[in-house]
Design a protein around this ligand. Structure first.
Ligand SMILES: C[S@@+](CC[C@H](N)C(=O)[O-])C[C@H]1O[C@@H](n2cnc3c(N)ncnc32)[C@H](O)[C@@H]1O
Length: 290
């Protein structure tokens, strides 16, 4: 009975979202899954307790599901700070966002502030407002930093970027009140996931070829060793009867690594790729242990 009720609430939430258009991810994020929801939906377990997303990024599935209780993890400190500020200081954040302007000279001033000493004095709220503004006004909504950790995406030249969507931010603020936000690596989910929880892993993908390098979300890349560590974590959760769904590339390495799991190949649209020829439909995998 309890499980049926939970499903009903989730469906109600989704209906509400359809009518109002909110909440939705407050950032554009490389590898974001917003366009893939109809393909992912059939693989969402009917019922589960906690929802855990260890590579949350823009959180497309989290905002689609709107679970009652959730734990969101990411190792990008700038991103996790933005979630934390929306959770704890949404009024001040909105005030600061309203002060930004969509102008190239102003954009570069805000972008390059992280190279200056004065940036050390910036509050966490100012930093969150900066990154939400940059994300909406930069080229393709990329988050990319150089080897020194400085944001280096050029101006996007959008006519009317919506960097202060007050309604969306206020609803997200409410939703996040029941959510634990963690800055750290994906392995941390082991400390929280229990039987009948649902964990969705959407890591930086294993490259399709040796030359195809994926976008760097932070200074560190996610390499083959990390993919193996992730498999180890997924095996451990599976033994605990945690429900696991994993998105990844459709390549031989991943297919072999997860040969004992259920693998479904789905079509995906890649919107963010520095090479325009490589944008378009490609195949990805959805892997489950149920
Ligand atoms: C493909 S994106 C997730 C996209 C997300 N599903 C969405 O819809 O926007 C992968 C995320 O993993 C994060 N990440 C990379 N390495 C990580 C690690 N070792 N632990 C936790 N998060 C990591 C990146 O910062 C990035 O936000």
């Amino acid at each position: 009975m309890q499980n049926i009720d939970k499903k009903k609430i989730r469906l109600e939430n989704r209906k509400y979202k359809k009518i109002t258009g909110v909440p939705h991810p407050f950032l554009k994020w490389a590898g974001g899954k917003r366009q893939l929801m109809s393909q992912i939906d059939p693989f969402i377990p009917e019922n589960f307790d906690n929802y855990i997303e260890p590579f949350v990024g823009g959180g497309a599935l989290f905002f689609y599901l709107l679970p009652d209780k959730a734990i969101l993890i990411d190792n990008n400190p700038v991103l996790v700070n933005a979630y934390q500020v929306i959770k704890n200081n949404v009024d001040e954040l909105i005030e600061l966002l309203k002060q930004h302007v969509n102008d190239e000279k102003y954009y570069y001033k805000i972008r390059n502030i992280d190279r200056e000493e004065e940036f050390q004095e910036w509050t966490l709220i100012e930093r969150a407002s900066r990154i939400i503004y940059l994300n909406r006004c930069c080229y393709n909504g990329l988050f990319r930093v150089n080897s020194k950790g400085f944001f280096n995406v050029p101006f996007g030249r959008y006519k009317n970027p919506n960097f202060c969507n007050e309604k969306n931010l206020r609803i997200i603020h409410q939703i996040l009140q029941n959510v634990k936000l963690i800055h750290g690596s994906f392995e941390l989910c082991i400390d929280f996931a229990k039987k009948n929880d649902f964990v969705y892993f959407d890591p930086p993908y294993s490259p399709l070829s040796k030359t195809a390098n994926f976008t760097s979300y932070t200074k560190e890349n996610f390499d083959e060793k990390d993919q193996l560590k992730l498999k180890f974590v997924i095996d451990k959760l599976s033994k605990r009867r945690v429900k696991v769904l994993l998105s990844n590339s459709n390549n031989d390495f991943i297919l072999k690594l997860y040969e004992n799991y259920h693998i479904e190949i789905v079509k995906a649209k890649r919107a963010i790729n520095s090479n325009p020829c490589k944008r378009g439909n490609i195949k990805e995998v959805l892997i489950t242990n149920y």
